[in-house]
Design a protein around this ligand. Structure first.
Ligand code: G3H
Ligand code: ZN
Length: 283
């Protein structure tokens, strides 16, 4: 089927108290592993392109590969721009066929964040493309960024006015996660998340989820997190398996033989994560 907008998927997720996995992919094998896992779990899935992925693979390659993946898949697939940098990039992605856009104005003053996010909402929503904004700051180094941003927890009142002022479809909140953690040691502030969820009725998005233990993820989903972003954990699974294969088969030169086990390892990690998020069978 053609790629679908993120909006309805996430509204249903929040209503049903489960979350849709939003997985970052940099190449064909990662896209195939993610889609394969979602199909086996019969789960809706969001494939997201980070700034780093766009630089590495090229916007056109990512878009077209994901479009093919979506067309062949028997589950709903969303193509999402992760941490969009500016209005022009949103326009480009909209024209290329993305079905969901994030604008990350977390380093900007509130008014400026509202102004750009709202402008993107005004062009995207009439095209049936959903928009995710960010209020507060998740922190850590994001894909494709050179410097580390210090985290700022989301203020529930500010989150409420940000949603009203911009008209976004979903909102990324900072409740204790940090991007690119290699160990699951993030401490979520679940009380803060509950306060935000009481005030903000649109789907909430958790970034930096590689660092979150499974039990905390389940709790976060119960409290209104409807989209869970995972990148680093997938890269770890893929590269660890690739390294093992290179050691095991030192004479092997066929790239397919080297990459296949890595694709399979990533697929198993995505399947497990989908089950934690409770979205199995929802696609
Ligand atoms: O936007 C992408 C995510 O927030 C990924 O974060 O690499 O820490 O899983 P992660
Ligand atoms: Zn993120």
């Amino acid at each position: 089927m053609p790629l679908v907008s993120g909006k309805q998927l996430l509204i249903e997720a929040r209503k049903g108290k489960y979350a849709v996995g939003a997985f970052n992919a940099n190449n064909l094998e990662m896209i195939q592993g993610i889609i394969g896992a979602a199909e086996e779990e019969r789960a809706p899935v969001i494939l997201q392109a980070s700034q780093g992925a766009i630089k590495y693979a090229g916007l056109e390659y990512i878009t077209e590969i994901v479009k093919v993946a979506g067309r062949l898949a028997r589950i709903p697939v969303v193509l999402h721009l992760d941490h969009g940098t500016d209005f022009s990039q949103a326009v480009l992605c909209l024209r290329s066929g993305f079905t969901s856009l994030m604008f990350d104005g977390s380093l900007l003053p509130y008014e400026e964040n509202v102004r750009i996010t709202k402008a993107i909402v005004e062009i995207a929503q009439p095209c049936g493309v959903s928009v995710e904004g960010e209020i507060g700051r998740i922190g850590g180094v994001e894909e494709g960024e050179a410097s580390e941003a210090s985290p700022v927890l989301t203020d529930p009142r500010e989150a409420q006015s940000f949603v009203e002022d911009t008209g976004i479809d979903s909102v990324a909140v900072a409740v204790g996660t940090i991007h690119k953690m290699k160990v699951k040691k993030a401490r979520l502030n679940l009380d803060l998340l509950q306060e935000i969820a009481d005030r903000v009725k649109i789907p909430l998005v958790l970034h930096g989820s590689s660092g979150v233990p499974d039990e905390a993820l389940r709790e976060a989903v119960k409290r209104g997190i409807s989209k869970v972003n995972i990148a680093t954990e997938l890269s770890i699974a893929f590269s660890t398996e690739l390294r093992k294969t290179l050691v095991k088969l030192p004479e092997e030169v066929d790239t397919r033989s080297l990459l296949k086990p890595a694709r399979e390892a990533l697929k198993q990690v995505v399947r497990r994560k989908i089950r934690v998020l409770g979205s199995s069978g929802k696609g």
